[in-house]
Design a protein around this ligand. Structure first.
Ligand code: ATP
Ligand code: MN
Length: 464
């Protein structure tokens, strides 16, 4: 009997009764009476548990006592049709092996429901809850679907650097990377820090975006995407911002803004469709537990056409809405999430792709429109989230790009390599960035971005 190899719970639940099986996993619950015990065992392969039926008389009392919530065990036995409701099959146990105990007095994940705040404080154990199991499996499925989507379309996965000496967004929200001794920082004559003595011989930071390097890739390989961690030292303690988050950034030669919009819409829809087709057990659980409209919302996004709206039209709608916003709206302001959500949830009741933003609220590299006031930026706005994608057609004219860099008082010297894309064989091109965790907020229905990443990094929080 011991020669049987382990079967994952997901597969056990689809196996014909009558087979000798071996299950391994963590005990979710144990209940029963003095004759029979029922152990619900989970191994992370699915949201569902396998039930193990234990005839108490045939097992050692001490062993059974140690099999409590959180303990890790192996169960050998026969898979039989279940007599109880709720599962098709269960294991009639013949032998149990205890791998690791979980003392009921100290193991924090007992049966009762825990608040999300409490679970964040034990992020090292929360993957063992149904909720985080579901979220992390969906996170995996979405990562896989992203690579599949681009691979199927012939995009090249480009690895852009995480350490950089340029500030892509120019927003000054970068984490510095240094090996200088903070207690004895070398200084130049004028008192400023002497970065020539630092590891890279100059000031360096963690990247806020892989876009600039992505553009270099697109101007050689045609269509590329990046998918990696990005870092922003923005002090925004919101449910939608992390200091370390993952971003997907496709960048395409010969795409104008319309092509960019078509790709963004198709991309998001295909990811949501993938989740509906491959993660239904987990989605059903999250739908029942947290967000009764989740599946309906996902199905509706796949079916509906996104609205195309210019920033100027959007501002007019907001001004005429009669709504009291916390941040007042007028042409030129950066839209807040409350504005974006009004347009998406109340006005159009559909996702919106907003374009042609005032140049002063967007980055230097966006293609300038002929009106001299707006640029060909493009944000995709989603229900519950607000901005989920930010992108643009890029300025391909060297002259215009340099003029904008001067206008903003940025330094050319750290961007010469970037300007070479416009100097040599420049081409119209576009791209966008999708925040992976914002996508996951939408797909899982979770309401805080800290709950869709295994170990969130936010201001004053870098545990685990
Ligand atoms: P926001 O206005 O919401 O801060 P942003 O304009 O700074 O977003 P971009 O610089 O365009 O965002 O970045 C591209 C995408 O990355 C965004 O659309 C969003 O999905 C995601 N994103 C940006 N900042 C964060 C963050 N701090 N945490 C998680 N995701 C983020
Ligand atoms: Mn931001």
């Amino acid at each position: 009997m011991e020669a049987v190899t382990r079967t994952k719970v997901k597969d056990l639940l689809r196996t014909e009764p009558g087979t000798e099986v071996l299950a391994k996993g963590w005990v979710r619950t144990k209940r029963g009476n003095k004759n029979v015990s029922f152990i619900a065992l989970n191994d992370g392969s699915t949201i569902n548990n396998i039930q193990i039926v234990v005839d108490v008389a045939s097992f050692d009392d001490d062993l059974l006592k140690k099999i409590t919530t959180g303990a890790c065990i192996a169960a050998y036995g026969t898979l039989v049709a279940s007599q109880g409701s709720g599962q098709a099959v269960e294991i009639q146990a013949r032998k149990l092996v205890l791998y690791g105990e979980a003392d009921p007095d100290t193991y924090p994940l007992q049966k009762k429901g825990h608040s999300m705040e409490f679970l964040r404080s034990i992020a090292h154990l929360r993957p063992r809850t149904n909720t985080f199991g579901a979220v992390l499996r969906i996170r995996h499925a979405m990562a896989f679907a992203i690579h599949k989507y681009f691979n199927d379309k012939g995009f090249v996965y480009l690895h852009t650097p995480l350490i950089t000496a340029s500030d892509c967004e120019g927003a000054g929200e970068m984490f510095q990377v240094t090996t200088l001794d903070m207690n004895n920082v070398p200084r130049k004559e004028d008192g400023s820090i002497d970065y020539s003595q630092d590891f890279f011989g100059k000031q360096a930071s963690l990247t806020v975006s892989g876009q600039l390097e992505g553009e270099l890739g697109a101007m050689a390989l045609g269509e590329i995407y990046t998918f990696g961690p990005t870092f922003r030292a923005e002090n925004s303690n919101t449910p939608r911002h992390l200091a370390e988050f993952w971003m997907i950034e496709p960048e395409m030669a010969f795409y104008e803004i319309e092509d960019n919009m078509v790709l963004a819409e198709d991309f998001i829809k295909s990811l949501v469709r993938y989740a509906l087709e491959n993660c239904m057990d987990d989605l059903k659980f999250l739908n029942d537990m947290f967000d009764k409209e989740l599946i309906e919302r996902l199905e509706s996004v796949v079916k509906t056409e996104f609205v195309r709206l210019t920033y100027t039209e959007g501002i007019r709608i907001l001004e005429e809405s009669g709504e009291k916003f916390e941040f007042p709206v007028s042409w030129g302001v950066d839209l807040q999430s409350e504005h974006e959500r009004y347009l998406v949830e109340k006005h159009f009741k559909r996702p919106v792709i907003m374009t042609d933003y005032p140049k002063d609220i967007k980055a230097f590299y966006m293609k300038q429109n002929d009106d001299g006031k707006t640029v060909r930026g493009m944000d995709v706005l989603f229900p519950k989230i607000g901005e989920i994608i930010g992108g643009s057609e890029r300025e391909s004219s060297l002259e215009k790009l340099e003029a904008r860099i001067d206008e903003l008082g940025m330094s050319h010297s750290t961007l010469e390599w970037y300007l070479d894309t416009r100097r040599f064989g420049s081409a119209p091109h576009s791209g966008f960035g999708l925040g992976f965790e914002r996508l996951l907020l939408f797909v899982t229905g979770m309401s805080n971005i800290r709950d869709v990443i295994p170990f969130p990094r936010t201001p004053k929080n870098c545990e685990f």
